[in-house]
Design a protein around this ligand. Sequence first.
Ligand SMILES: Nc1ccn([C@@H]2O[C@H](COP(=O)(O)OP(=O)(O)OP(=O)(O)O)[C@@H](O)[C@H]2O)c(=O)n1
Ligand SMILES: [Mg+2]
Length: 418
Amino acid sequence: MKVESEDFKSIFTDELVQLQKIFEKHNYEIRFAGGPVRDLLMNIKPHDLDFATTATPQQMKDMFNSENIRMINLTGEKHGTITVRINEQENFEITTLRIDVVNHGRHAEVEFTQDWELDANRRDLTVNSMFLGFDGTVYDYCGGWEDLQKRRVAFVGDARTRMQEDYLRILRYFRFCARISPDPNLHEPDTEAALRENMEGLSRISGERIWLELKQILSNRHAGPLLETMLRLGIAPYIGLGEDPNVKEFKVIWERAKNNNVELLPITLLSALLDSEGAAASLHARLKYPNFDKDLSFFIVEHRNLLPEPFKPLRPYQMIVIDTKQKMKDAIFRGAELLRYQGKQELANEFEKWVPPRFPVGGADLKDKGVPGGKPMSMVIQKLRSKWKDNDFQISHEDLVRSIPEVMEDLGIKVQKS
Ligand SMILES: Nc1ccn([C@@H]2O[C@H](COP(=O)(O)OP(=O)(O)OP(=O)(O)O)[C@@H](O)[C@H]2O)c(=O)n1
Ligand SMILES: [Mg+2]
């Protein structure tokens, strides 16, 4: 079989052609491997290119040195990966064909090979196990093309072994189901059993790697059923979701968002499963996502029952922004995302356009009126702010300043003569 699409042709930049010539000149084989082959066969332009070669890392280093090609990021070398940068333009990652020698459920060592089929056999899914020559020839040792046509996501060889080599593959399986399977709810009984048996292994995978995969699953249009299946198969305790995540709330939120054609952020969807601040803290401790996501998840958990006011629907949301100790812009985003979570898309749009007013009184105004510094001053400011908020920010600077003596009297604060 041959790939001849425009997408395929468009991959061949001057830099890639240069790489191809170097391998030809030195008589080593190089092919596209895994992801890009799958994508091209699905008529998708690949977003990154992975290559495999029969040359060992040492042979590649000698070859690139003799051709004056710069190599970068040498940390990949022990897994067989060399990264080159050509014309200061484009990076290419090239990995030596290998067999993973597994010991007690960990990658003990890698062993390099010249055999394409052996390398295909160590890969996770059949659809990810194909190679593609630079002339467009597809090399398929594990039935990947047939599975792709059937839109079947299956592990290469024994599912349990593949999972135990790298438990992250459990999440990769679901990610590719979302992309490939016509019904991501449908799993072969034996695969399902293997997933259930091996879920616990995810407890050994770093939070960062899990989050990277989970985020992609949650951005997919099938996120709801996928996550439900994952939860049904017992994933929750191993990815920081505890023993009893709120699946009912999750279903409501996901379905409503889908029906309204609203895309919620991955962390927003995940927050539906969290019933308390403690649960939000545990999830973050496990998955270590960025502070932006962390703040959003705490915000959703804390305010999910907030209601719009009958005549000024956005007011409760505005009050949160006005009082925030963080950046107003972020607080507005969180408020809008909360509204989307609650199924109030139009209010969310309106809220995003809202420009929060600035409190029009400053320390200098108070000093002029003889308010002593320190505690008394902050008490007066608090009072003035409340007045301002109670009046929907519609009090002018002059009116607020004019009311200072009265506020001081109420608070029992004496005028300080300068
Ligand atoms: N845990 C993993 C990760 C990767 N691979 C193999 O390495 C290839 C490249 O991995 P990666 O770039 O992470 O994924 P892709 O399949 O290329 O998908 P993406 O489009 O997301 O890059 C995969 O196709 C697969 O053959 C694997 O067997 N097991
Ligand atoms: Mg890739």
